[in-house]
Design a protein around this ligand. Structure first.
Ligand code: AMP
Ligand code: GLY
Length: 429
């Protein structure tokens, strides 16, 4: 099969790396890809993966490319093209594409849509209200004693969520989002949730419109600095599995969330084929969904795909065709840890073009794979080209071994200004 992967981050490198291992993959392109993706080769034919200079949001360009190359399956990594309706567009032209359609992408592109859906179908979530009027929003914050989370309705590059400790902070947050429009039109309306205390986990389920297959648990580290201090980021590291839900508890949580989710989709005529990624807080009153994402997590994908035993192409094809029910997900018993190496200054402003050394030495370590997130090739050197630069990922017999292996690999790699958290997976140990 001829495959096209859309996106350019660590998630997409992991998807490409795993799809390249499938015996069904005859040719593989990535748009736009990155320097690490361009180094991948297909296991079957020892053929290179080709990066194509098309942006993930260039829907007409991507469609024309897929038609020209007669792509058999396109795999979408990021949220934006899904929200823009790339799946609907490809389907209208008779092309097979993996990812959620525009209607299903609303679970991520509109927090109000998700909150109302959770309320209607009894999915455990935070006490919440949805508002398009700032005065009413502030009154609702007051009923929560000001300890709340104010969220812009629309996509805001993961930044439109403000955690507030008191009423003054809550009112400032409502003003920032709804009045000053710090996140543009994404902040025309808001969801306000009670603040949930607990342990946060990432859940992933692969869906085919009828069934949802839950993955093991993983946990992201969203803050920039050790001990969950510093600014919010796209994610500084992950590990899987977590010790916070055993298999029975995970099955129970999956049942509570996914059964209601699939029922709601049936009633609302949402054909959910793709990945569902609920962000969940394990509170003292049980698990509560804070938000839904409609795609693979980044850097969750890196730890998951290191552990996945199945042929990913077979799973994604089954998700598109509605035949997932007959497949079982299989995971390596080993644990996996991903440490993100970021540019100096990230998540604020950062320079690009810093030469990266030590990648080969890191990749030679056993059970280790360095996924590229923001890299480019310049004058024969691999250089930094984004805030999150690399996802240094390793398998180990247990979490402690995987953690040690990931950090040993990260220590091999240098670039000016590089920083990474030293405590990925520490919460679990
Ligand atoms: P979201 O994009 O909605 O997942 O929010 C981003 C981050 O904010 C989450 O990963 C949580 O760490 C935090 N967060 C969101 N909602 C809540 C909540 N209701 N209570 C506590 N923390 C939250
Ligand atoms: N791991 C965070 C995200 O993918 O949104």
């Amino acid at each position: 099969m001829k495959i096209l992967v859309i996106g350019s981050g660590g998630r997409e490198h992991a998807l490409v790396w795993k799809l390249a291992q499938s015996p069904h993959t005859a040719q593989l392109w990535c748009a736009p890809g990155n320097a690490g993706i361009a180094q991948e080769r297909l296991a079957r034919k020892d053929r290179a993966v080709d990066c194509v200079n098309l942006g993930a949001e260039d829907l007409p360009g991507l469609l024309a490319f897929a038609q020209d190359k007669k792509i058999d399956l396109t795999v979408v990594g990021p949220d934006n093209p899904l929200a823009l309706g790339i799946v609907d567009l490809f389907q209208q032209h008779g092309l097979k594409i993996w990812g959620v359609n525009r209607k299903a992408a609303q679970f991520e592109s509109s927090k109000i849509f998700s909150q109302r859906f959770m309320g209607k179908y009894g999915i455990p979530t935070a006490a919440a209200g949805t508002f398009s009027d700032a005065v009413a929003a502030k009154q609702f914050c007051a009923t929560l004693g000001g300890k709340c989370v104010v969220k812009a309705d629309g996509l805001a590059l993961g930044k439109g969520v403000l955690i507030c400790q008191n009423q003054a902070e809550a009112e400032a947050a409502v003003d920032e989002i709804m009045v000053s429009r710090a996140f543009g039109t994404a902040g025309a309306s808001v969801v306000i949730q009670e603040f949930l205390a607990g342990i946060e986990v990432s859940l992933h389920a692969l869906c085919d419109g009828k069934v949802a297959k839950i993955f093991p648990t993983s946990q992201d580290h969203k803050r920039a600095l050790d001990g969950d201090r510093g600014l919010n980021t796209g994610g500084m590291g992950t590990y899987s599995p977590t010790p916070f839900l055993n298999e029975t508890q995970l099955a129970d949580v999956a049942e509570k969330i996914l059964k209601a989710f699939m029922r709601g989709c049936r009633e609302e005529k949402i054909d959910y084929r793709g990945l569902l990624y609920p962000g969940v807080m394990l509170t003292k009153d049980g698990p509560k969904v804070m938000e839904f994402n409609a795609r693979f997590g980044d850097p969750e994908t890196q730890v998951y795909l290191m552990r996945l035993e199945n042929d990913l192409l077979e799973l994604l094809a089954a998700s598109v065709c509605g035949s997932l029910g007959s497949l079982a997900l299989k995971w390596k018993p080993e644990a996996s840890v991903c440490v993100v190496m970021a540019s100096g200054g990230y998540p604020g402003n950062y320079p690009k073009g810093k030469i990266i050394t030590g990648l080969d030495a890191a990749n030679k370590l056993p059970g280790t794979k360095v996924f590229h997130a923001g890299t480019a090739l310049k004058d024969g050197h691999i250089v930094t080209n984004g805030g999150r630069v690399l996802g240094v990922t390793a398998l180990g017999g247990d979490l402690r071994a995987a953690q040690a292996a990931a950090y040993a690999a990260a220590e091999c790699i240098q670039f000016e200004g590089a920083h990474f958290r030293r405590d990925i997976a520490a919460k679990a140990l």
